[in-house]
Design a protein around this ligand. Structure first.
Ligand code: AMP
Ligand code: MG
Length: 404
């Protein structure tokens, strides 16, 4: 008897997970700007100043009034100099120019800059080329950002360029979502720590490194919990410990219906199950619930299932908890060979994405099937998303691709 949905369509499971994540959003915190990289913004940013803040020169050269140009070359009187960082109060008289450096405020009246390399200086005279366009080499106040412009929005990811834009507006701190704390569990009696000897029937634990790496690449600092044996009591103790200490528990293995798969039972008994089993391949036994204060995402143990479920549901959960509204980028690419999918589930196929000669992205599906084949994943740089239902793609068909 279950009182939670099972066997959900991918989109329905995703909607349920997003809804659950949104109900328990992490609080926001103010962080000094240098610590904001990779965070999700929890405020809008409206410009309180224009960018550039004042008219200034884009080049080292000479600033002058364009109306003073006549003929092929014009001789102007050098009236002074204007350097970056100095207030630009000087005004030019007719026939005058001023030496200027990149970023220096334009002198009053001046509207054009001739590049230093194109001018000749002769004592107190400067000969500037006549072909200089009006307004050349001048960066206008507000041409990039005007006062009041909404330059950054709640829910967007703080990339280096966005943090830098906030810096250019003089902001020393931003309100961002707290990052989730994450506990990672691998489970299975057969698992051995790399570096230790293997007994017959055992395999090395590869999922821990996979998950830790994926989470770190997403900017988190996961904690690897000791590996769990297939023992319900030990699974329970560890999960309940983690449940009151972390925002998110991610487990690998032990979520199917086998005799040794204890996670669904432990979660149902001591926590809450939101759904179990999603119509996807690989990754069908995916389990999602909560325990104490933590969300629990139970990934199936096969390494490629871990990859496919983390990149879809894991990321959606982490993003949702932080209130990220900006969707993750996926790509459209052309298949280089036909691809057949006879079954009904949504499938994630390992593939290699490359830039094709025709200017389109190309993706080549890896021939390996089998969610245990980690090497095929290591040789791939993308997952091809094949939608529900039987699909028969010809070479050249356009498919959605998640870059790894
Ligand atoms: P499970 O989901 O526990 O039934 O595991 C499915 C398959 O994945 C089994 O062949 C396991 O041996 C394998 N597996 C589970 N956990 C790991 C792990 N941490 N590293 C490598 N393989 C694993
Ligand atoms: Mg297992």
């Amino acid at each position: 008897m279950t009182d939670f949905p099972t066997g959900l369509l991918f989109d329905d499971a995703m909607a349920l997970l997003r809804e659950t994540a949104a109900q328990r959003r992490l609080e926001a915190e103010y962080l000094a700007l240098p610590r904001c990289h990779g965070r999700v913004l929890a405020q809008d940013v409206d410009a309180s100043m224009p960018l550039p803040p004042f008219d200034n020169s884009a080049m080292d050269g000479f600033a002058f009034r364009h109306v003073d140009l006549a003929g092929d070359e014009t001789t102007l009187r050098l009236a002074g100099e204007q350097f970056a960082g100095i207030a630009g109060n000087a005004a030019l008289q007719p026939g005058e120019c001023m030496r200027i450096t990149t970023g220096a405020p334009m002198p009053a009246n001046a509207d054009t800059v001739a590049i230093k390399e194109n001018c000749r200086v002769d004592g107190t005279n400067v000969i500037v080329p006549g072909a200089t366009q009006a307004g050349a080499n001048v960066r206008r106040a507000g041409e990039d950002v005007r006062i009041g412009d909404r330059v950054l929005e709640t829910g967007s990811l703080l990339t280096p360029t966005r943090v830098s834009l906030a810096a250019s507006l003089g902001l020393a701190s931003l309100r961002v979502a707290r990052k989730p704390t994450v506990a990672v569990f691998t489970t299975g009696d057969e698992l051995v720590e790399p570096g230790m000897p293997l007994a017959p029937g055992q395999i090395y634990d590869s999922n821990r490194d996979l998950l830790m790496g994926l989470l770190r690449a997403d900017g988190l600092e996961p904690t690897a919990w000791p590996r769990l044996p297939d023992d319900p009591r030990q699974v329970e103790i560890a999960l309940r410990d983690a449940g009151c200490a972390f925002d998110l528990i991610i487990t690998a293995g032990g979520v199917s219906a086998g005799e040794k798969d204890h996670l669904p039972g432990v979660l149902a008994q001591f926590g809450r199950t939101h759904f179990w089993k999603v119509k996807m391949k690989p990754g069908m036994p995916l389990l999602f619930g909560s325990l104490d204060q933590a969300h629990v995402l139970g990934l199936p143990g096969n390494p490629v299932s871990v990859l496919a479920t983390y990149l879809t549901f894991g990321r959606a959960l982490i993003d949702g908890m932080q209130g990220r509204l900006e969707p993750r980028q996926t790509w459209q690419a052309q298949l280089v060979a036909p691809l057949d999918k006879p079954h009904a589930r949504r499938e994630f196929v390992r593939g290699h994405l490359s830039s094709g000669r025709n200017g389109a992205l190309h993706v080549e599906a890896n021939a390996a099937t089998g969610s245990h084949r980690l090497r095929a994943a290591a040789d791939s740089n993308a997952l091809i998303v094949v939608p529900e239902g039987a699909q028969r793609y010809a070479a050249g068909a356009v498919v959605e691709v998640i870059p790894l």
